[in-house]
Design a protein around this ligand. Structure first.
Ligand SMILES: C[S@@+](CC[C@H](N)C(=O)[O-])C[C@H]1O[C@@H](n2cnc3c(N)ncnc32)[C@H](O)[C@@H]1O
Length: 234
């Protein structure tokens, strides 16, 4: 089992996010541009899925539901999971504010409250690295694979070495990094894929085929670096 109801899990809460209490009320968050290209356009990623109103989509760590909206727009059956009651309340209020019909449940990378073969597309966008180490990454990948139907796709995004949160982290060992950046995650241990080849290899232990890609943005204050993998359940 992952980190249970650890301090790390409990640190995901409205007070630490700050964005849920803007005076204007609810503000929509934009979907991941990397996801829009990789999943919804057939041009970029060789394993991108076909999206139809029959597609069952699960978003892990769905927070503001921003990454489910493009699928909701296309009539897909959308489900989200969040890690604790506080985060689930954020997702519920995002659904209510936008009139979104999305099924919401409490769940985590390693323990998803669904039967095997329940989804056609699983999104794990910047959530798998909240595992503690390489064993946690592998257990999460097995759980993602379990809930996907045959030919289902897992779209997984995690931080690469130039990402501001990871670049300043202390590397403790293979796949283990202690966050030094000063936000609520400071001091927490994260599990990152060491490099893109390793992400492809670890995903390849359960998915076949696996396509990978990377997005980097450089700014003068903080830069981002994202690895992605799209795996097919054979
Ligand atoms: C950086 S946010 C990403 C939110 C959203 N996926 C996005 O891309 O906008 C990380 C999310 O992971 C969730 N999370 C943290 N630990 C988790 C775990 N062990 N399993 C699943 N989700 C987790 C948090 O509650 C939060 O929603």
């Amino acid at each position: 089992m992952g980190d249970g109801m650890s301090e790390k899990s409990a640190s995901w809460q409205a007070d630490n996010l700050g964005q849920s209490t803007k005076p204007q009320g609810f503000i929509r968050h934009h979907p991941s541009e990397l996801m829009l290209r990789s999943v919804l356009s057939g041009r970029y990623c060789s394993t991108s899925p076909e999206i139809t109103p029959q597609t069952r989509v699960l978003d892990i760590g769905c927070m503001y539901l921003n990454n489910l909206i493009p699928f909701h727009d296309r009539g897909c059956a959308c489900t989200g999971v969040e890690i604790n009651a506080d985060m689930l309340a954020i997702s519920r209020s995002a659904a209510e504010a936008q009139g979104l019909a999305i099924a919401l449940h409490e769940g985590r990378n390693q323990a998803l409250p669904f039967e095997a073969n329940s989804f056609d597309l699983l999104l794990a966008i910047n959530v798998i690295h909240y595992e503690d180490d390489g064993h946690g990454l592998k257990a999460a990948l097995r759980e993602y694979h379990r809930v996907l139907a045959p030919a289902g796709r897992a779209f997984i995004v995690s931080a690469g070495p130039e990402h501001y949160l990871r670049a300043s982290a202390e590397r403790l060992g293979p796949n283990q990094f202690r966050i030094a950046y000063s936000d609520f995650r400071r001091g927490q241990v994260m599990a990152y894929f060491d490099d893109l080849q390793q992400m492809k290899m670890m995903m390849g232990e359960v998915f076949d085929p696996v396509s990978t890609g990377r997005l980097m943005e450089t700014h003068d204050q903080a830069s981002v670096d994202f690895f992605y993998g799209m795996g097919v359940k054979g």
